[in-house]
Design a protein. Structure first.
Ligand SMILES: Nc1ncnc2c1ncn2[C@@H]1O[C@H](COP(=O)(O)OP(=O)(O)OP(=O)(O)O)[C@@H](O)[C@H]1O
Ligand code: SF4
Ligand code: SF4
Length: 281
């Protein structure tokens, strides 16, 4: 089963929940944790995995043979991302804009386009406390998270519960991370921003047809508009976690909540039961 932990808003507690859910379940079943927050992965800071494999992530970007190019303009007109431009008598490639779709190479009538493999990130795989840990990282200066996320997800083991720590927001990186999940846990906080971004995230997972429920983190910090919204929309409330300065201090030290606060472990086990029940339904 694949469970994605996502949220419309950053900093709501996705990593806290993904890491501690994995730790709470690892003695009961085989668990894999995928850190798909590839712009800023941080789950490793808590689990301290030992990485055994590393694989670069590459994107096929075009290289133009200016000798062969007839400047017909077919490729520049075809590229939906404006990654090609005719400047004087040359066709230039703006690699940062290229999505590696391969379209220009297929269309070029002069055979002037070949592909080079540009390194845009790294996927690392290892283990931590009996948990299979897979992490993606984007190279500095690159802009495309989805290919790195897809590469991380290509490593999903078939025989384990896979927990995905998704990037924040509701744009392409989040969609790439949650796509194909059996269940999505949307983490929010009871603030106007939390509610507004939750609504966007709900739209995304509904559009993708992924069953989902909500965890309200720092649940005692704001008003109850989030709960009212969940009731109106018949969205399951899976868990409420109170704000606790000791949790923040534990996090800041790289500590593990379920080890320092054993009561939380049973809360995460209950969260898992709620997810499992809903996926079976
Ligand atoms: N219940 C809580 N009480 C106090 N602090 C909390 C609580 N939950 C999370 N935090 C704090 O909120 C911050 C963000 O948590 P976390 O990194 O898990 O969020 P995130 O959603 O993964 O963030 P990002 O969107 O940047 O990936 C951390 O400093 C963490 O200690
Ligand atoms: S590979 Fe696709 S995105 Fe990249 S330059 Fe060619 S047409 Fe544009
Ligand atoms: S399609 Fe080929 S020949 Fe035409 S401008 Fe592009 S690179 Fe040159």
């Amino acid at each position: 089963m694949i469970v994605a932990i996502a949220s419309g808003k950053g900093g709501t507690g996705k990593t806290t929940i993904a890491v501690n859910l994995a730790l709470s379940l690892k003695d009961k079943m085989q668990v894999a944790l995928l850190d798909c927050d590839v712009e800023e992965p941080n789950a490793h800071l808590f689990l301290l995995p030992e990485f055994k494999e590393k694989e670069p992530v590459t994107l096929p970007v075009p290289a133009i043979d200016q000798e062969k190019c007839t400047q017909c303009g077919i490729c520049t007109r075809a590229c939906a991302y404006h990654a090609l431009a005719r400047v004087g008598k040359r066709v230039l490639v703006f690699e940062e804009l290229c999505h590696g779709c391969g379209g220009c190479g297929l269309l070029c009538p002069a055979g002037a386009i070949t592909e080079i493999h540009k390194e845009i990130g790294l996927v690392k795989r290892g283990t931590a406390r009996g948990i299979e840990f897979i992490q993606g990282t984007m190279n500095i200066g690159t802009a495309l998270a989805p290919p790195v996320i897809r590469k991380v997800k290509s490593r999903i083991p078939k025989d384990k519960l896979t927990i995905i720590d998704s990037p924040p927001g509701t744009s392409c990186p989040m969609i790439s991370a949650v796509y194909g999940a059996d269940y999505c846990v949307l983490v929010t906080e009871p603030t106007p921003f939390g509610l507004s971004d939750l609504k966007l995230a709900v739209e995304v997972v509904r559009e993708l047809g992924i069953p989902f429920g909500v965890v309200i983190n720092r649940a005692d910090m704001g008003d109850c508009e989030v709960e009212k919204y969940l009731q109106e929309q018949s969205i399951p409330l899976l868990m409420k976690i109170p704000f606790d300065r000791r949790y923040a201090a534990c996090y800041a030290r790289g500590g593990l909540l379920v080890e320092e606060f054993p009561k939380l472990k049973s809360s995460f086990e209950t969260l898992w039961k709620a997810i499992e029940r809903r996926v079976e339904v």
